[in-house]
Every structure is written in structure tokens, then in C-alpha cells.
Design a protein around this ligand. Structure first.
Ligand code: BV8
Ligand code: ZN
Length: 254
């Protein structure tokens, strides 16, 4: 748990930095959705899928090899997502955005998550680095569409070109959307405070955002259940649950 002892605790230093910040950027990962019941990929409680690590199947090659199984995995997750809600960690980040925007600053939330829980909690400036489970797109042409939480048992064919549709997520070996990545990199390089929350900080280029923020002099703060490769780069590393630490951070921040 975070050291809450006094004015010089990590939490108090983080609160002070956030109170004074004008431009804040944040990177989130699966850990922030853990308290909502979304399994993480790695770390304590990390989920395997049929005994495989995410790197083994979340790729264009994995989909080409086993399209039905990979499709069903995303379809099941999408259906489950309909029955869960954002947690206090998501809500706290939305509150930080309102406060910073209210005093004329900027708040950029770059998430690796594909669950859209930040938007449902009220965050507005969200950059989905790895896409969204609630969108599908054609494997070949530009066609894409939003989908809800209803099951889609069969892989649909693209209405424009007839090719197979796929989840509109970024798999290993694929580029992140250029405009989304550029906006995230700029926010990380230009912020006064950078928060990294609930991510194992091993998947690139997303994990590189922490390095960019650290290199350009903003105060960097990590909130994670356990130490990560980012822990030694940041100014303040707070070990704890995002859904507990973030509300505490907000409650002591102007
Ligand atoms: C690319 C999307 C250019 C769909 C996902 C060797 C070295 C370095 C890099 C590479 C390398 N080999 C290959 C690469 C590149 C590769 C990469 O980074 N690989 C790593 C794993 C070695 N990256 C890519 O391929 C990227 N593209 O580089 O493009 C390119 C292109 C072509 C050719 C050349 C170059 C694309 C990466 C996109 C990956 N997409 N999936 C889906 O999700 O289904 S990855 C997957 O990992 C998820 O999307 C997730 O978003 C992402 C990151 O995971 P985290 O969010 O961090 O979650 P994780 O479970 O790992 O950690 C949770 C943490 O929370 C834990 O630390 C835990 O302790 C903590 N926690 C738990 N509960 C709580 C908590 N913390 C706080 N509170 C709690 N309650
Ligand atoms: Zn098509």
C-alpha cells in the first residue's frame, strides 16, 4: 500500500505535483480495470487463454491460424464487458481531467486497454493506443463499424469486399494508429506530470511513453500493484491498487 504517513510521503508528493500541474498525461493498462473484473494479461492474477500467453495468439498470424477461436475469445470478452462497470480508479482519472480542464490545462489519457471503461467513467480526451473491442474492421479494406455487447457467433464478411472481418485492435507486429500515437507521444513529451497506472510496462511502443516523459523533465508517477521496468525511471513509484490509490490522490489534490 502507498505510504500515507505524512507531508513527505510518496502520495503527498504526488498530490503536490498534480495540484501544480497544467499539462498532465497518463498511460493506463489492464491493472486499472482489474477491480472491475477484467482479467489482466501479466503479473499477479494475469490470465492465460487456453494455456497461451497473449503474445502467442494476439497477432495477424494467430488470427490467420485460428480465426474462429480468436474471434470467439474477443466476442466472449465483449459480451462480458456489457455486464461490468468502471471502478473508482477510472472515476478518479475522469475527475482529475475535469479539474485540470477547469483551470485551463490539458489532460491526455493514453490507454492500452480495449474495454472503453475510461469513456464510460466520463474521461473525454482518451487515446486508444491498442484500439477497441467495441469496433470491428475488415482485414483487407477500410470498412469498420461499431459493435455492442451482443454475441456475434460467426465471423462476418465485409459488406464492401467480402473479406473476413476482425476485431479493431492492435495486435503484436502491427503499427499503432499513427495519429493516436503522435498525440500520445506529444502529450508525454510536453506534460508537467505523467502518470503510469496499472501497466506492466513491457509492451512497446506504449511503454516508451514513460521514458519520453522522464527524459523531458516532467514529474513521473507510477501506481501499480508491483514493481515494473518503469519503477526505476519514475520520480515517485507508489505500490498499491489503482482503485484505492487514485481516489486518495484526487482527494488530496486541488
Ligand atoms: C509494434 C491488443 C512496430 C489486443 C496487445 C522485443 C523487445 C521490445 C519490443 C518488442 C520485442 N519484440 C517485439 C516487440 C514489439 C512488441 C512488443 O512490445 N513486444 C513485447 C511483449 C516484447 N510490440 C508490438 O508488436 C507493437 N507494435 O511494435 O509496431 C512494428 C510493426 C511491425 C514490424 C516491426 C515493428 C504492438 C503492440 C500491441 C499489442 N497488443 N493486445 C488485446 O488486448 O486483446 S498487448 C496486451 O498488452 C494488451 O493489449 C495490453 O494493453 C498490453 C499491455 O499490457 P498491460 O496493459 O500492461 O497489462 P499487463 O497484464 O501486462 O499488466 C497489468 C499490470 O497491472 C501488472 O503489472 C499488475 O501487477 C498490475 N495490476 C493488477 N491489478 C492492479 C494492478 N495495478 C494497479 N491496481 C490494480 N488493481
Ligand atoms: Zn473489406
Amino acid at each position: 500500500m502507498a505510504d500515507k504517513a505524512g507531508p513527505h510521503s510518496d502520495l503527498a508528493r504526488a498530490q503536490t505535483a498534480l495540484s501544480q500541474a497544467r499539462h498532465v498525461a497518463c498511460l493506463t493498462g489492464a491493472g486499472i480495470s482489474a477491480a472491475s473484473g477484467v482479467p489482466t494479461y501479466r503479473g499477479a492474477g494475469g490470465a492465460l487463454w487456453d494455456g497461451l500467453k497473449v503474445e502467442d495468439w494476439a497477432s495477424p498470424e494467430g488470427y490467420a491460424r485460428q480465426p474462429e477461436r480468436v474471434w470467439r475469445w474477443y466476442s466472449d470478452r465483449r459480451v462480458q464487458l456489457g455486464g461490468i462497470s468502471p471502478n473508482a480508479g477510472h472515476a478518479a482519472l475522469a475527475e482529475i481531467e475535469r479539474r485540470i480542464a477547469g483551470r485551463g490545462g490539458t489532460f491526455t489519457l493514453a490507454t492500452q486497454n480495449i474495454d472503453a471503461l475510461h469513456q464510460r467513467a466520463g474521461s473525454r480526451n482518451v487515446l486508444e493506443l491498442h484500439g477497441s473491442m467495441l469496433r470491428i474492421r475488415c482485414c483487407v479494406c477500410e470498412h469498420a463499424r461499431q459493435v455492442g455487447h451482443e454475441p456475434i457467433e460467426e465471423i462476418p464478411a465485409c459488406p464492401q469486399c467480402g473479406a473476413r472481418m476482425r476485431p479493431a485492435v492492435v495486435w503484436f507486429g502491427e503499427m499503432l494508429p499513427q495519429d493516436v500515437w503522435t498525440a500520445a507521444a506529444e502529450a508525454a513529451a510536453e506534460c508537467d506530470v505523467f502518470l503510469t497506472v496499472g501497466t506492466s510496462a513491457v509492451v512497446y511502443p506504449a511503454a516508451g511513453l514513460v521514458e519520453m516523459a522522464a527524459a523531458t523533465g516532467g514529474t513521473t508517477i507510477e501506481i501499480n500493484l508491483e514493481p515494473t521496468p518503469a519503477s526505476r525511471l519514475v520520480d515517485i513509484a507508489i505500490q498499491g491498487k489503482a482503485d484505492e490509490v487514485l481516489p486518495e490522490l484526487v482527494s488530496g489534490t486541488g
